[in-house]
Design a protein around this ligand. Structure first.
Ligand SMILES: Cc1cc2nc3c(=O)[nH]c(=O)nc-3n(C[C@H](O)[C@H](O)[C@H](O)COP(=O)(O)OP(=O)(O)OC[C@H]3O[C@@H](n4cnc5c(N)ncnc54)[C@H](O)[C@@H]3O)c2cc1C
Length: 411
């Protein structure tokens, strides 16, 4: 096979890059070693950040989240529930943090409004009555599975090709320039060769090992985070603790469930991350302080994901202090390997911006001029939503027919 660009990784970043390439008319193929979303993109909290979480300590990430929050609410509305969110201070939280947060948000033009705790309790009666202060922010919940599906569906419609279960095992260069790669079909073991001019490494926590295949260097710190799913949607808004980011300080409602997260633990193993018992206990007890009903609610599942964090050389460093910003690396400049780009880190919330910046670089390297259109072009409705709606509408119609059948009996 021959193509212009190969994207490695079928998470949010790779899917966003593929759509952007396709919309700019650039021929591209995406390879994913497992299923789409099998990496961190299918193992996160599903919070569409407003940026408030990073406003105090990481203003660049906060600014990017805020801008993307606004864009995604417009272009990806079928994947988003505009729940709104609160930062809530309990008596044990640092008393100055609410003011620090309000000041930092004001500096970023991030709409954060202090509201009386009584109003929050009226809206969310299950919350602890001990809330001292409450700040309302435009957080939301986002479904990463639908988001990624709709990105790849549109890319495919525009001619891009997607191959799940193809693990890239070798990258070929000649005279310091990319000219292709080799992948293996993880189901059949069959080998797969693709000739290409550009490779975009969007392999998340595996990006370092992909870069090494080309002889390039990428230092990544791995930070595992665990989450717990409750079988009841105890609140309808995103709830954040009003304190510096820490364990178990965010609750996100998703459909009928509620997800509590997260922890942050520096790890060396990245395959099949799983939550530990102590992490689950910690998340449940932290959650219970702000939402007492958690103590009597059933936890139905726990899972974990690994974040690739950039900019830390020592594995012992506190991973929460490292910026959640992303890194776009042109290995032509960094390692004298022309045609290889890595895009790593960031957030699910900033996936579109990461894709835009990456494809801008590719277009520049190609000597082209096409500009990005993804910020203004709504994503298509993912097909899987129709699959859900069709049986649902049948069941609604069915229920209607049955009630019409019994209607004469009722009167
Ligand atoms: C616990 C936790 C909670 C989080 N919560 C949020 C949140 O609420 N909101 C938010 O905005 N962000 C959140 N994030 C961050 C967000 O999940 C990530 O930034 C985002 O999902 C990263 O997407 P990605 O596509 O870069 O990486 P991934 O989703 O990991 O995708 C990389 C893909 O590359 C594939 N791959 C790797 N090597 C190869 C190879 N050799 N060949 C082919 N394919 C390969 C992998 O299988 C994988 O599917 C959270 C992260 C964690 C860990």
């Amino acid at each position: 096979m021959k193509t212009e660009v190969v994207v490695i990784g079928g998470g949010a970043t790779g899917a966003g890059v593929l759509r952007d390439l396709a919309l700019r008319g650039i021929e591209a193929v995406l390879l994913e070693q497992e299923e789409l979303t099998s990496g961190t993109s299918g193992r996160n909290h599903g919070l569409l950040h407003s940026g408030a979480r990073y406003a105090v300590n990481d203003p660049d990430s906060a600014r990017e989240c805020l801008a993307e929050n606004k864009i995604l609410k417009k272009i990806a509305s079928p994947c988003i529930e505009p729940t709104g969110g609160f930062f809530l201070a309990l008596p044990q939280d640092p008393p100055h943090y609410a003011d620090d947060l309000l000041r930092a948000c004001a500096g970023l033009d991030l709409p954060a409004v202090e509201v009386p705790p009584a109003d929050v309790l009226q809206k969310e009666p299950a919350l602890s009555p001990k809330i001292k202060r409450a700040i309302c922010v435009p957080d939301a919940s986002i479904d990463p599975f639908r988001l990624i599906r709709s990105n790849v569906e549109e890319a495919e419609r525009l001619g891009a090709k997607i191959f799940p279960h193809r693990r890239v095992v070798a990258i070929f260069t000649a005279d310091g320039t990319i000219h292709g790669l080799q992948a293996i079909d993880s189901k059949t073991g069959e080998e797969f060769h693709i000739a290409c001019r550009f490779i975009i490494n969007a392999a998340g926590v595996w990006a370092g090992s992909v870069a090494r295949m080309a002889g390039a260097r990428l230092d990544i710190l791995f930070s595992k985070g665990s989450l717990v799913v409750l079988n009841r949607r105890l609140v309808n808004s995103v709830i954040n603790r009003c304190r510096p980011p820490s364990n178990g300080d965010i609750l996100v409602p998703h459909g009928p469930a509620l997800i509590i997260g997260t922890t942050s633990q520096t790890v060396t193993a990245i395959e099949d991350p799983s939550p530990e018992e102590e992490e689950v206990d910690l998340l449940l007890s932290e959650g219970e302080t702000i939402l007492p009903e958690i103590g009597s609610t059933r936890a139905i599942r726990a899972y974990a994901g690994v974040r690739p964090l950039m900019g830390a050389r020592e594995a012992g460093e506190d991973s929460r202090k490292i910026s959640r910003d992303f890194l776009l690396l042109d290995h032509g400049e960094a390692d004298q390997i022309k045609g290889l780009f890595s895009i790593v880190g960031g957030k699910l919330t900033t996936y579109r911006l990461m894709a835009e910046r990456t494809v801008d670089e590719i277009v520049k390297a190609m000597g082209g001029k096409t500009s990005c259109t993804t910020a203004g072009k709504p994503l298509p409705f993912p097909k899987e939503i129709f699959l859900f709606l069709v049986p649902f509408s049948f069941s609604v119609l069915g229920a209607l027919k049955i009630s019409l059948l019994f209607w004469p009996l009722k009167i």
